[in-house]
Design a protein around this ligand. Structure first.
Ligand code: PLP
Ligand code: TYF
Length: 395
């Protein structure tokens, strides 16, 4: 019956993570998958989340509504848009609890496929690979706009603007507003403003995918692009709590659609609920309660904000430490990129062969594209990584 079924090649990042686990070497270092680990190499359990867990206990588990937990949805809106955003006071944002950031992008794609079909979807080159897959699954063709400039190891802003301008009016454009995966480079404020003018003028439909809020500058500052855009025009915003709540396996995310007015938002919310109903009916409760409890309580939210800051500061410190350690070993290797990039990832510019050499020779695992997850660095492994990096860079 299923003889013709093709083998699945696997997800390259998840497969690499499995290879890492199977690697017997003691001094191996995992800088592949986008997971934050602390200075001991462990995925932290945040104190705020633990406190929420104790509060919610295990009570009855009825179905949540299709749109998710009310406390959670309210928390998403305030966190993403800010409590005093005009779109929020106008009640023209439709928000649902989703199954991680992946679920948010997936439902966004399903919603757009039904209500604004036939358009081209533009994603950055490079991007999180699933952007192509999720929009293609929904029936769209995907294309790319330039984003990474290899020579300067920064954003190819001219290339990006030209491509967005040349695209057919009303195209769907996926933007990562902060801590871009995989490059670690973001638009500055002036570039955000310029691209906003262009996107609004072209009538493009923007889908923001914000998976790392709080890992750039702060929870508030990281949302500025989205907030300013949403004050100007309708858009969709997918957000993930996997990283900033360290709740990978609970699958917590949100999808918000900023609408023209309250009536439109109510109808859009209805269609999002229908998309959920047809896909998985309703989101999971424990994750919803955990995040909703933290975001809905002033003390817990303040505690969580400090915990996000701790994660961010550690990643920044590890970038600096790696740059210093490399500098001690060599003056030839360019380390500017480590300091210009932010968030969980750095695009090193290493080639696939160099990445393979790092892995095979030294047990240092990066993604084939040269992406390094800086959250996997710690004081104990930075010297090893610096030495490998210098060795491989100097051939
Ligand atoms: N979007 C981007 C840009 C990501 O890097 C990720 C990675 O985790 C996701 C979405 C998916 O988030 P989640 O793990 O919450 O599904
Ligand atoms: O890019 C990453 O490493 C994270 C984790 O299919 C991830 O986004 C990787 C692959 C995947 C889902 C999540």
């Amino acid at each position: 019956l299923f003889g013709q079924v093709e083998a699945f090649a696997g997800d390259p990042i998840l497969s690499l993570n499995d290879s890492f686990k199977a690697d017997p070497r003691d001094r191996k270092v995992n800088l592949s998958i986008g997971v934050y680990t602390d200075e001991h190499g462990r995925i932290p359990v945040l104190g705020s989340v633990r406190a929420a867990y104790e509060r919610i206990g295990f009570a009855e588990r009825p179905y949540l509504p299709m749109e998710g937990h009310a406390l959670y949805r309210d928390g998403v809106q305030k966190l993403v848009f800010g409590a005093s955003h005009p779109a929020l006071s106008d009640k023209r944002i439709a928000t649902i609890q989703t199954i991680g950031g992946t679920g948010a992008v997936g439902i966004a794609a399903d919603f757009l496929a039904k209500h604004t079909p036939g358009r081209t979807v533009l994603v950055s080159d490079p991007t999180w690979e699933n952007h192509h897959g999720l929009f293609q699954r929904a029936g769209f063709k995907t294309a790319t706009y330039p984003y990474w400039d290899r020579a300067s190891r920064s954003v190819d802003f001219d290339g990006m603007v030209k491509a967005l301008d040349a695209a057919e009016a009303g195209s769907i454009v996926v933007l990562q507003p902060v801590c871009h995966n995989p490059t670690g480079v973001d638009l500055d404020e002036a570039q955000q403003a310029a691209v906003t003018d262009l996107l609004v003028a072209k009538g493009h439909i923007v889908v923001f995918d914000m998976a790392y809020q709080g890992f750039g500058t702060s929870l508030e500052a990281d949302a500025a692009f989205v907030r300013r855009y949403a004050a100007r025009a309708s858009c969709l915003v997918a957000n993930s709590f996997s990283k900033n709540f360290s709740l990978y396996g609970e699958r917590c995310g949100g999808l918000s659609v900023v609408c023209r007015d309250r009536d439109e938002a109510e109808r859009v919310l209805g269609q999002l609920k229908l998309a959920v109903r047809r896909s998985y009916s309703s989101p999971p409760m424990t994750g919803g309660l955990l995040v909703g409890t933290v975001l809905g309580n002033d003390d817990l939210r303040a505690q969580w904000t400090r915990e996000v800051e701790t994660m961010r500061n550690r990643m920044d410190a590890m970038r600096k430490l790696l740059a210093e350690e490399i500098r001690k070993l060599s003056n030839e290797v360019d380390i500017g990129f480590l300091l210009n990039q932010r968030g969980m990832f750095s695009f090193t510019g290493l080639t696939e062969q160099q990445v393979t050499a790092l892995r095979e020779r030294d047990g240092v695992y990066l993604v084939g594209s040269g992406r390094m997850c800086v959250a996997g660095l710690n004081e104990a492994n930075v010297p090893t990584v610096a030495k490998s990096f210098v060795d491989v860079s100097q051939g």
